[in-house]
Design a protein around this ligand. Structure first.
Ligand code: FES
Length: 618
């Protein structure tokens, strides 16, 4: 942080918040709110005189509430810049001045009660998102008594208590009587790997090794202390971690396999009785402990949604920001020019965060050094003559790559080619067919459908498969030599969001018994939220099929990932059976009904056109 603060080419904006981000790769316009700190950071020498005279004391957030701070304070000892900050919500001396003591004693005269937030606009080419994570609040695990027993603390609170810069200067004591405990227990996976509706189902990655480190610290500072760790699995992967775990065991730390069911406090001694089923011995055990540390899991930041919206990103089902590709582009966000570092993407330790941050910086510098960016070969194009300024394309674009039209000014939408990723959702949703995709044009798609259904259409399984998952799932099935019907025919689209309704109707009109649309699992779509439009469109089509008297089951939707070759083969086999169940009469009825419907729609369109032409002439 110091290095960053001193670096001549880095402008560090602390106590600031990003308000808005517009633009696209190479041309982002960012508005930052520099919050008023009421102390001139460039003048403050951190002499602490102001803090000494401040009469207000509130719990210190940095010290987890174990000590207090003043209304004017240094956020934490290593803060950069090393300058005080005045919290106006705590201060008495605002308008009208009721206190003003800090301003009186400040020799440098750097306290300004009238300081205001400032909005700063900056232009940047790329953005690295490293907004971090939060820790899980274990309150809902009531059986551990975190809210009832003072001597049950969290791992974050443990950090403050054992830290030399902490409220007790590194003397580890029980909060209830300020006495050094002799027996201490650690409960793992609090809020992680949980399937009972509390906490999160994922592994928080860092807690096992954090506890191993904590036990070693305790053994080092307090030889003879009795430490016990209650766990379901110890995950000590990573360089040197297994050695550390073994060292902790050699130091006498007991690792007991089992997650405790209950903690009860003895009101006289304030000691804690922990009940656990030891799953190694199969016995129910009770342990007397003087203190318990809850190894709390990691959760995404609670304001993560606003970050996601600001940068047009998407999240995985656990709430962390999704990367562009988990294996091939692990530090790129799906929106071009945005990179991820650290726990914003998933829970990780310092080493992994630094590795990812270095990779993100390297990826960003490739773009910055090139000075230009390559546009995808599959971006969308608009025929402005066909556009009726409805603006649907701008609404559906997951990348905000389309500037909305202005009907009054007769200004058609503009597609920013550098921002378009080529998902095709806009082309599929455009009611005027004014948008098409390079290399995935309507004509190309229709030609493929016609070629597949040219001969014996009733025998073919027509499948639209998204490039990243389902199509790759088909590849996986092939390379694994899995058997699936030879009548299966795939049409590749970049995303299932590209599958236009007219492709499906065309296939049915040509005699397709069943049409399958397949894409990535909902939260895995490589184009942020494009897959949501697939689902909406499918719902619309199923409704229409129902109304027309056609079995909606003949239009199928399946989410198949790249690793699910087995599922791909299974789905194809199932569909082959379903194809056999579709009768010739059913197919003929469908072809007839849809042909009639198409003719009706054509006639309506012609009528509308003629009317419009007549109005123009008049
Ligand atoms: Fe596969 Fe969107 S990329 S469904």
């Amino acid at each position: 942080m110091m290095d960053v603060g001193r670096h001549p080419r880095i402008e560090l904006m602390t106590f600031s918040e990003v308000e808005s981000v517009t633009g696209y790769v190479g041309n982002f316009q960012v508005t930052v709110r520099k919050k008023a700190r009421y102390v001139d950071a460039s003048e403050c020498t951190a002499c602490a005189e102001c803090s000494k005279v401040c009469p207000v004391a509130v719990p210190d957030e940095y010290q987890q509430g174990f000590s207090s701070r003043k209304a004017i304070y240094l956020p934490f000892p290593q803060a950069v810049p090393s300058a005080y900050i005045l919290n106006m919500e705590n201060c008495l001396g605002n308008n009208p001045i009721a206190c003003g003591k800090c301003a009186e004693v400040c020799e440098k005269k750097c306290i300004n009660y009238d300081d205001q937030d400032e909005l700063v606009k900056i232009e940047v080419g790329v953005i690295i998102t490293a907004t971090g994570m939060q820790v899980y609040d274990p309150t809902e695990y009531d059986e551990y008594g975190y809210t009832r027993y003072e001597n049950v603390i969290t791992s974050m609170e443990f950090e403050r208590l054992i830290c030399a810069g902490g409220p007790t200067e590194g003397h580890f004591i029980r909060p209830s009587d300020r006495r050094a405990p002799q027996t201490i227990g650690f409960i793992q996976c609090v809020g992680s790997r949980s399937r009972d509706g509390r906490g999160n189902p994922y592994c928080s990655n860092i807690c096992c090794m954090n506890t191993v480190k904590d036990t070693l610290l305790l053994c080092d500072h307090y030889p003879g202390i009795e430490a016990k760790v209650f766990y379901m699995d110890i995950r000590a992967f990573g360089k040197g971690f297994e050695d550390l775990y073994m060292r902790s065991k050699e130091e006498g730390v007991r690792y007991i396999r089992g997650i405790p069911g209950e903690v009860i406090e003895n009101p006289d001694t304030r000691n804690l009785t922990l009940t656990v089923e030891n799953t190694t011995t199969g016995r129910l055990e009770k342990h007397e402990l003087e203190m318990i540390v809850l190894s709390q899991g990691v959760i995404p930041r609670q304001d993560g949604d606003s970050i996601r919206k600001l940068l047009t990103l998407s999240t995985t089902s656990d709430g962390f920001i999704m990367e562009s590709h988990p294996k091939l582009k692990p530090v790129d966000a799906p929106t071009r020019g945005i990179y991820l570092a650290g726990c914003v993407e998933s829970p990780k330790d310092v080493k992994d965060s630094v590795t990812q941050a270095s990779a993100a910086a390297a990826r960003a510098s490739i773009l910055l050094n090139a000075g230009k960016t390559k546009v995808e070969a599959i971006t969308s194009q608009i025929d402005t003559d066909k556009c009726n300024y409805c603006g649907i394309c701008a609404k559906v674009c997951p990348y905000n790559a389309i500037l909305a039209p202005d009907r009054k000014a007769e200004k058609a939408p503009i597609i920013i080619q550098a921002a378009c990723a080529g998902c095709g959702a806009c082309a599929a949703e455009c009611p005027q067919d004014a948008i098409t995709m390079r290399h995935f044009t309507d004509e190309q798609m229709m030609a493929q459908i016609e070629a597949i259904l040219e001969v014996e259409p009733h025998k073919h399984l027509l499948t639209f498969a998204c490039n990243w998952c389902s199509y790759a799932g088909g590849d996986d099935a092939g390379t694994a030599r899995l058997q699936y019907p030879t009548t299966c025919r795939l049409i590749r689209t970049m995303c299932s969001g590209r599958v236009d309704e007219k492709f499906v109707w065309h296939a049915f009109r040509l005699g397709a018994p069943i049409v399958l649309v397949s894409g990535c699992h909902f939260s895995d779509c490589h184009y942020i939220s494009a897959v949501r439009w697939t689902q909406k469109r499918m719902d619309r089509m199923w409704n229409k099929l129902d109304k027309l008297g056609i079995r909606p089951e003949r239009l199928r939707l399946e989410w198949i990932s790249a690793a699910e070759g087995q599922k791909f083969a299974k789905v194809m086999r199932e569909i082959e059976d379903a194809v056999k169940a579709v009768t010739t009469e059913e197919i003929e009825f469908t072809m007839k009904v849809l042909a009639e419907e198409e003719a009706k729609n054509k006639a309506k369109k012609e009528k509308r056109k003629a009317k419009a032409a007549a109005e123009v002439t008049a």
